[in-house]
Ligand binder design. Sequence first.
Ligand SMILES: CC(C)(COP(=O)(O)OP(=O)(O)OC[C@H]1O[C@@H](n2cnc3c(N)ncnc32)[C@H](O)[C@@H]1OP(=O)(O)O)[C@@H](O)C(=O)NCCC(=O)NCCS
Length: 145
Amino acid sequence: MLLDFSSLSKFRAEISRIGDSAFHGNTSLFIEDIINKKTPYKVFAVIREEKAAGFLILSTVLDEAEILEVAVSEKSRKCRIGSELMEEVFEWCAKNGILRIFLEVRESNFPARMYYKKYGFAENGLRKNYYRDPVENAVLMSKKM
Ligand SMILES: CC(C)(COP(=O)(O)OP(=O)(O)OC[C@H]1O[C@@H](n2cnc3c(N)ncnc32)[C@H](O)[C@@H]1OP(=O)(O)O)[C@@H](O)C(=O)NCCC(=O)NCCS
């Protein structure tokens, strides 16, 4: 589901915990920006038994979108939660006039690269030494809606 302001506040701690363990603390900062600075990112989440099991943060500008983060809690991976998130995002993008979705991913992140490929993203560039801790190339991917 696309979280509104009050459900984002409700699931904030769980989403931050899932994201921060995958992305070294960036998720809390994104959520803080949304809540405190009203940055218009969209946060999608899959809720299981009243708890967030995974989330995806999307940034949009006109008819383009960028996936800033997507993560599923470690114990729930490979159970189609990532798939559910991506399907919801595609539906939202189709309804909201988004023509292309972009993202970047660590070169060594095989599960994520497989995940994006399964959902029709093509690899179309490399940003050398883009990531820190550890330094690594970013693979640029995009999908035409
Ligand atoms: C990438 C991620 C979000 C996928 O979520 P998930 O709920 O486990 O994914 P699903 O169960 O819906 O799987 C969908 C597809 O992703 C791919 N996939 C997921 N995990 C995989 C793995 N460990 N190895 C290879 N492919 C994998 C497969 O193509 C899979 O389809 P299949 O089951 O038909 O083979 C999850 O692994 C994750 O949270 N990773 C850590 C955070 C991260 O790396 N995010 C992306 C950073 S850019």
